[in-house]
Design a protein around this ligand. Sequence first.
Ligand code: PLP
Length: 359
Amino acid sequence: MDFNLRTPGPTPVPEDILQASAAQMINHRGPEFKSLIESVTSKIKEVFQTSNDLYILTSSGTGALESAVVNTISPNDSVLSISVGVFGDRFSQIAHMYGADVTDLKIEAGKAVDPEQIRKELNSNPKISTVIVTHNETSTGITNDLQSIAQVVKGEFDKLLLVDSVSGMGSIPCPVDSWDLDVVASGSQKGWMAQPGLAFISVSKEAWEAQSKATTPRFYFDWEKAEQYLQRGQNPWTPAISVMYAMDKSLTMILNEGLGAVYERHQTIATKTREAVKSIGLELFADEKYASNTVTAVKAPDGINCGELLSNLRTKYNIVLAGGQAYLEGTMFRIGHLGFVPEKEIDEVIDALKKELGR
Ligand code: PLP
């Protein structure tokens, strides 16, 4: 069944990419796969705007976050975690789980972090070696000012900076080298217009230095293994080959369109979505100054049961939106507009909301 799938990942996969991913399997230790991984890796690096190392992991985005932690952080290392929502909390939880001494800077949901708050934390705790942060917080529809955050974390304090840009990279600007980001994670089911199954992680020179000292046990996500195998044109483990085919195609489409045009397209559709939401009397959840161009979070109007609203949209209109996650459940719903987003699909969402809320 075809839905108007407007969740912030997985996102609809364009027909050409679906076709590409249906190709027959190949030997992942053979020359065809070598060409494929080399092509996909180099194109992802163009989107990351980096000459750092970059690895393709067969996992969801969370696997890439876990790989960032286990490769760079040792038990008892002091880590500053900046969380503006559920995914920031998850990144922190991973660091906690592997024994880091985590200071949690938790920002009210719907707001972005003020870099001054980070400056204060780093001044008061010189033991902190690593800062972890979410670029684009999918649970609240907030984009942090990552460039300014990096200026403080890297420029002023020279700490290691690990970034979750799972739902940002490829849709909104995140130039890894010019912003000096040590480790950046993303996932194939977001703005990349491909199916879930692959995650991407870039690794700076400083991150490699941290990796060489980090004592956390690691196996599946060991970057050293990823590097050794990539030199032979392989992944250490059996990769999600079909998603690699999809990525090869989607990256060609993204790079042909041009990154500037892709960012502009996301900005245009996000502005349209926010304005349309407000025009039918709904309130945005996120501080509009930092509202994300990939997902719009909408406050549940008083007296409206969010679960029921989303269920009605699905059964009556074939529209699938996302609800609030974890402690945000019932307080909001979210409209995804990343990757492949025909404008008419947003119009349909707004029309259906108008009808349902008017009832
Ligand atoms: N971080 C952010 C900002 C996300 O949006 C997501 C997925 O929605 C994740 C992390 C986790 O990714 P995954 O669900 O692919 O593990």
